[in-house]
Design a binder for this molecule. Sequence first.
Ligand SMILES: NC(=O)c1ccc[n+]([C@@H]2O[C@H](COP(=O)([O-])OP(=O)(O)OC[C@H]3O[C@@H](n4cnc5c(N)ncnc54)[C@H](O)[C@@H]3O)[C@@H](O)[C@H]2O)c1
Length: 250
Amino acid sequence: MGKTALVTGAAAGIGRACALRLARDGMAIGVLDLNLEGCERVVAEIKAAGGKAIALKASIADRAQVTAAVTRLREAFGPVTVLVNNAGITGFAAFEDLTDEVWDRMMTVNLKGPFIVTQVVLADMKAAKWGRIVNLSSSSAQTGALNMAHYASSKGAIIALTRSLARELGPLGITCNNIPPGSVMGTEMSQASVAAGLTAIPEDKLIGAIPVRRVGEPDDIAGACSWLASEGAGYVTGQTIGVNGGRVVS
Ligand SMILES: NC(=O)c1ccc[n+]([C@@H]2O[C@H](COP(=O)([O-])OP(=O)(O)OC[C@H]3O[C@@H](n4cnc5c(N)ncnc54)[C@H](O)[C@@H]3O)[C@@H](O)[C@H]2O)c1
């Protein structure tokens, strides 16, 4: 039987691309997001290409919702042994203007969310003595980002979580790695960054800083995700895999 993967934040953007790619790799996909209509569109795309998928509406920050969604996925396609922690939110504010509420919401979604989802899925990976966890962090965690101290901090913690889980879960046959995107254009999140004036526009100014001379696309991240989720990446864990066109980040 093929493997079953859960991709969070998969209704759009990078998560959608990862879901489509893992489905092409032969996995059955749980397409999880707050946006159920978006999930259903992605499920339809996967099915139209001959794959298997189910739409799961849940907030990654709500343990009961995540548990219910993972139970449905397991019932539909069997144990979940591949997890892509992609869902996240962004936000822009000067450090001095950040409120407790804004800080807490960022940490609740971007850090506690992956903590919850990973804990809920882990039993299946342990039982299978095999698992792949791919976390989406951000290049902002490596470089810092203006007016994004809360976002960059939440993503820096994802890198630390990745390294810690690699140590704890490696002996159980489970790998955990992270991809820190920068400038993956055409997603809602990247559009928010453009609107906030944090992405160099016109685009050729941005492109000039990228050795391969183009901005990133969701499929670029999906390609790395596919490899990290594969059998062949079993000796790779705890790593931060830059998929950024060669841009210098630190
Ligand atoms: N696009 C970039 O350049 C870029 C750069 C750095 C990091 N990232 C990271 O990559 C990931 C995907 O980014 P994207 O650009 O595709 O973002 P996006 O905003 O286009 O998509 C994120 C998805 O996550 C979902 N989501 C948000 N909160 C959720 C919650 N509580 N529960 C379930 N789903 C939720 C949204 O509904 C949305 O569909 C994010 O973690 C982001 O921080 C992206």
